[in-house]
Design a protein. Sequence first.
Length: 149
Amino acid sequence: MKGYTIRVYAIIEHEGEILLSDECVGEVYFTKFPGGGHEWGEGIADTVVRELKEEMDVEVESMHHFYTTDFFVTSKFDKQKQVVSVYYRVKLKNPDQILLTAQAFDFDKSLNKAESFRFVPFDELKPETVTFPIDQKVVEMLIGERNAD
């Protein structure tokens, strides 16, 4: 059955770096912005607040909409689903309490599902740093924005 999956992500900049999430689900490894799936009954903005609390135990101080998908993408995990992703620029109340790693995929690889977080210097951020095409477009937009300043 064809349908949609809505994903909501946070663009978190801190001291010239961007926060990324390295994850594995089964045999699939990927790097993306922190966030996740929208759940029935919650607002889109509520999703990013919930996901950041669940994944990193951090509180959102402020946020504003940055981008919503404007092209067709099928889910890597379910080819019958179209992905719609919403991105917010987020400022955290407590960014220094995030449990960080220094390298990508720094977690127990024997787990069926795992996640770790790391900051990447903005100057090293490239579209190919992230896995999914919508995230890659967002990276291009962020780089373009920075270059326009």
